[in-house]
Design a protein around this ligand. Structure first.
Ligand SMILES: [Zn+2]
Length: 126
């Protein structure tokens, strides 16, 4: 780098704008307005609730019905696919094997409910 190519720029006489104005959050007309009759803008924060992914075990979550932080109650039961598979195996002729889908984890669905208000929260299907 050649030091002869460096140029010294004149210093600016005006200070930089305030952070709120330069970031674009508030327009300058709102920040420096002396007119109190202008309509004020209110910003309401958004509330984002991330729902947990339901699984085979109870999960911690916020109940949307009773607004409590709870651990869900689970209830395992055979899914509709288990009954369908049972009927297909029975029709094919293997009557003893037709009850196997009721004992397989892949044919079980898990319903999650709130322990306090007993509202339905969701179903997990593998
Ligand atoms: Zn609840």
């Amino acid at each position: 780098m050649d030091p002869n190519n460096l140029k010294i720029l004149p210093r600016e006489s005006t200070p930089p704008p305030p952070y709120a104005e330069s970031s674009g959050i508030f327009p300058a007309s709102l920040l420096y307005s002396n007119d109190h009759t202008t309509q004020q803008q209110y910003f309401t924060p958004e509330c984002i609730i991330i729902e947990p992914t339901l699984g085979t075990k109870p999960v911690h979550m916020f109940c949307p019905t009773c607004h409590n932080y709870i651990i869900t109650e689970t209830d395992k039961s055979p899914s509709n696919e288990a009954y369908l598979c049972c009927m297909l195996i029975f029709i094919v002729g293997c009557t003893i094997c037709s009850c196997l889908p009721f004992f397989m984890k892949s044919f079980q669905k898990v319903d999650h409910r709130c322990p306090q208000c007993a509202s339905y929260l969701g179903t997990y299907k593998p």
